[in-house]
Design a protein around this ligand. Structure first.
Ligand code: AMP
Length: 230
């Protein structure tokens, strides 16, 4: 099963992605995580990407598109994949579509988590990262995934690991810029979503589009998603 997942930063996209990854045993590919790992590791790619990420800008397509298309060629993608954070604009969508067709790979589902921009923004400001596992969601503003209290501070609610905030999560200007890109229906991520919706309409419902209301809690959205995926 090959899946794309879309949702604004703060919509719970990463959390729902992790649920799909576990249930269907697909390889979870997150463009943002790949960039952050490269920055941490001090690689050339990381050095090139950092300034864009810190500003909340997209990393240029000539870096991002080959990075993701190469990733999809790795062996662990043969069992199926879930791509999160890519494509983020129509050029990336076109490049991905062409690469999949070229490789004879079928795109089965496109998941879109729909969420109001203000709600998404508040959620981001409360997000905490677990040092042990990227798939341990914690958020001080969301009851269902509030960090655990320990020694007057907070730790990961899943494993008790230390928590940190992403540097680009606390910067309001950067958040606004990321949302400007996401909610842009002409040249941003919603335009990429639209690309696949059109593709689906012109191709007898393939890929299948799953639109989810992102307002309810993590569990409810997850249950709805499971129902739709069947
Ligand atoms: P994310 O973790 O998905 O919020 O991504 C963090 C940052 O990585 C974004 O704000 C961008 O700077 C960069 N990034 C992630 N995915 C892409 C992409 N598909 N195209 C360009 N930049 C990206």
């Amino acid at each position: 099963m090959n899946v794309l997942i879309f949702g604004p930063n703060g919509s719970g996209k990463g959390t729902q992605g992790a649920v799909v990854q576990k249930k269907y045993d697909v390889t979870h590919i997150e463009s943002g995580v790949i960039f952050r790992e490269n920055i941490k590791g001090g690689t050339d790619l990381g050095k090139k990407a950092k300034e864009y990420i810190d500003r909340g800008d997209l990393v240029p397509d000539n870096i991002t598109i080959p990075m993701i298309l190469d990733r999809l060629k790795k062996d662990d993608c043969k069992k199926g994949w879930l791509l999160d954070g890519f494509p983020r604009n129509p050029d990336q969508a076109t490049a991905l579509d062409a690469a999949l067709k070229g490789a004879g790979m079928k795109l089965d589902y496109v998941i879109e988590i729909v969420l109001d921009r203000n709600i998404a923004k508040n959620r981001i400001m409360g997000r905490k990262l677990c040092v042990n596992d990227n798939n341990h969601p914690n958020n001080i503003f969301i009851d269902a995934i509030k960090p655990a209290e320990k020694g007057g501070g907070t730790v990961c609610r899943v494993c008790g690991g230390a928590l940190s905030a992403r540097s680009d999560d606390q910067d309001e200007a950067a958040i606004n810029k990321r949302h400007d890109i996401y909610y842009d229906k002409n040249s941003g991520t919603l335009a990429a979503v639209d690309y696949f919706k059109k593709l689906s309409r012109n191709n007898k419902g393939e890929p299948r589009i799953i639109e989810l209301d992102g307002k309810p809690g993590v569990k409810e959205v997850g249950n709805q998603l499971m129902k739709e995926l069947g």
